[in-house]
Design a protein around this ligand. Structure first.
Ligand code: GLU
Length: 510
């Protein structure tokens, strides 16, 4: 039975890379009816925060990545079995799922390894270690730990203790041979043990380091597959050495490709949004983000782009993950988001767009769903709605005269201010008297108006669109006119006419 885990350190937002790791683990667990575990790796006492834990929950919840075991979403501050205050309630039989609540467990195994001689006490101070690293760098050697404490006599250790030095525990890495593992994505990976330094397993504070806590938990939580980012590949031989020293089998490893920005450098903030909730705030649909993330380092044989949710679960395969870096393409994500937006029902669309609209006049509330749907074909993100639809909600937008002037320069019959006046006056008359103010009714009436005066259709449509929206492009003209109704339309036609007439000075073009 597959058991996989997502093991974030709560030291910041859940970013794109972490979300992809979570997604791939989740997809496999769902596909193979396994168990998806959330483990919070909060061993960095200084940088870990509950705020970040909450952000991780919010992000996973938004993406729809539910976990079978781990802290309970919303279980903060729950009381434990004996009524004592716990940090977080959890579900699953392998808890606690916060590493800081597992200190006793790590201590037990580090003692065992120390007794076995797999670990040794290191009394070097931070200053001594730094001086040593500086020397090594000057001599162009790798700044690996010198193993100074690896062969201390009991007497030397005693004297360090007497000085009050608190030791770290380091792993005594074998001084020959290789540490090898078979990665599901990269085949065989091997590290020469000589290249690995005697890494720290327990800090001088007594807390475990990431590599140690991770191994103990992966074993005790019966993790079968460790799927994580390539940045952890250099940790894997260290973890395998710990597994071997305790005498536990190591899980199957899979290291996912690194993520690059569109310019080929490592994906970072300066490329745009990188925290998952930022995509939410920028008006992306979680389904589109999930679909997009799935393709960041994985593809089907036929490079399929769009997946229904169940289809993604069914088709995802670890074996088809790529080891080459994956580049994050914001334009493709926007394109994909647009496709998902077009699949929404009108009421879903309104619910999604609403937070981005700002204040809406009360009289437009009843038709807001229809207004928002007018541009359903166009949105790439919901955040664009304000720009595309803002004129509906604001009567005092500016008319950019250059726009209509540009149009008039190319027109046959609409050349002067007097011409524009005339079109606006005729529009007001025609629409004012129109009995059938439906989409078809408006269209027929506007076309008839053009015909009656020998104008081109666009010589009627463009001034009207400009009058009601201040733009030359936008939603389907007849639909929006029919939807917003006579008063709204005539009010705006009058506003443009009045504004134009009040503008003293030179004619637009004469
Ligand atoms: N806590 C590690 C991180 O956030 C996870 C490492 C792992 O998956 O083993 O990068």
């Amino acid at each position: 039975m597959m058991r996989v885990r997502f093991a974030p350190s709560p030291t910041g937002y859940l970013h794109v890379g972490g979300a992809r790791t979570a997604l791939y683990n989740w997809l496999l667990a769902r596909k193979l009816k396994g168990t998806f575990i959330l483990r919070i790796e909060d061993t960095d006492e200084l940088r870990s925060s509950d705020d970040s834990v909450r952000q991780i929950f919010d992000s996973l919840r938004w993406l729809g990545l539910d976990w079978d075991e781990g802290p309970l979403d919303g279980g903060e501050g729950a009381s434990g079995r004996g009524g004592e205050k716990k940090r977080w309630a959890s579900k699953g039989n392998f808890g606690p799922y916060f590493q800081m609540e597992r200190q006793e467990i790590y201590r037990k195994y580090s003692q065992e390894l120390l007794t076995k001689g797999a670990l040794y006490e290191c009394f070097c101070t931070e200053e001594e270690l730094q001086a040593h690293r500086d020397q090594a760098l000057l001599a162009k050697r790798a700044p690996r730990y010198s193993k100074l404490c690896r062969r201390l006599s009991e007497k030397e250790k005693e004297s360090f203790r007497a000085q009050g030095r608190a030791p770290t525990l380091r792993f005594a890495v074998p001084e020959e041979g290789q540490t090898v593992f078979d990665d599901s994505i990269r085949d065989r990976v091997s590290f020469s043990n000589l290249e690995l330094e005697d890494f720290i397993v327990v800090k001088s504070s007594g807390g475990p380091t990431y590599n140690f806590a991770c191994v103990v938990d992966d074993h005790l939580m019966e993790i079968t597959h460790v799927i994580r980012g390539e940045d952890h590949i250099s940790n894997t031989p260290k973890q395998i050495l710990i597994f071997q020293a305790i005498g536990w089998p190591a899980p199957q490893y899979a290291h996912l490709s690194i993520l690059l920005g569109p310019d080929g450098s490592r994906l970072s903030k300066r490329h745009g949004a990188t925290s998952i909730l930022e995509f939410k705030d920028q008006g992306y649909l979680s389904q589109a983000v999930v679909n997009y993330l799935a393709l960041l380092g994985w593809a089907t044989q036929d490079s399929q782009d769009l997946f229904a949710h169940e289809e993604l679960i069914a088709k995802f395969e670890l074996e088809r993950c790529q080891k080459n870096p994956a580049a994050f393409d914001y334009a493709k994500l926007q394109w994909m988001n647009g496709i998902y937006i077009r699949k929404l029902t009108k009421s879903q669309l309104l619910a999604a767009v609403r937070p981005f609209l700002g204040p809406v006049p009360a009289n437009l509330e009843p038709i807001l769903e229809e207004i928002v749907a007018l541009e359903q074909e166009k949105y790439r993100t919901f955040a664009e709605a304000r720009d595309l639809l803002g004129f509906f909600f604001n009567d005092n937008f500016d008319y950019r005269w250059e726009d209509i002037e540009g149009l008039m320069a190319k027109s046959l019959n609409l050349k002067t201010r007097a011409d524009l006046d005339r079109v606006l006056a005729e529009l007001a008359k025609r629409l004012g008297g129109l009995a059938d103010f439906s989409v078809a009714g408006v269209e027929v009436s506007l076309r008839a108006l053009a015909k009656d005066f020998g104008w081109k259709n666009t010589e009627v449509f463009h001034p009207l669109r400009f009058a009601v929206s201040g733009k030359l492009q936008g939603p389907s003209l007849f639909h929006m006119i029919a939807l917003l109704g006579r008063d709204w339309t005539l009010g705006r036609v009058a506003r443009l006419a009045g504004l134009k007439n009040s503008l003293a000075g030179a004619p637009i073009q004469e």
